[in-house]
Design a protein around this ligand. Structure first.
Ligand code: FES
Length: 109
């Protein structure tokens, strides 16, 4: 089992995460204030921008294929290298989801 270093840019926080565990589960264990909600790769609340490094996240269904290159859903993502992540950065599709929600709310009026 390989362990990787995950650094959160701008916070000074750094944790060690094995290739077998999700970044979010390790954050919770280490007391890192990573936001999350669904924990099944759908809501995007746990998103972080990948500044440097690679993750595996085949079950990150909330991300488009292109977004998977630049964003990690930490509830699903496992490190595939040492990483630098920027927490609280969200992919463009989160805006599209919000717009759909706005339309649905307007239709209910
Ligand atoms: S907590 Fe919802 S996508 Fe990760």
């Amino acid at each position: 089992m390989t362990d990787y270093t995950v650094e959160f840019v701008g916070t000074g926080e750094e944790i060690t995460v094995s290739e077998k565990e999700t970044i979010l589960s390790r954050c919770i264990e280490e007391g890192i204030a990573q936001e999350y909600s669904c924990r099944v790769g759908m809501c995007l609340a746990c998103s972080a921008e990948i500044v440097d490094g690679e993750v595996t996240q085949p079950a990150a269904r909330g991300l488009t294929e292109r977004e998977r290159e630049n964003f990690a859903l930490t509830c699903m993502a496992r490190p595939a290298s040492d990483l630098r992540l920027d927490r609280g950065k969200y992919p463009p599709s989160i805006e599209a989801d919000a717009a759909v929600g706005d339309d649905a709310a307007a239709a209910d009026d």
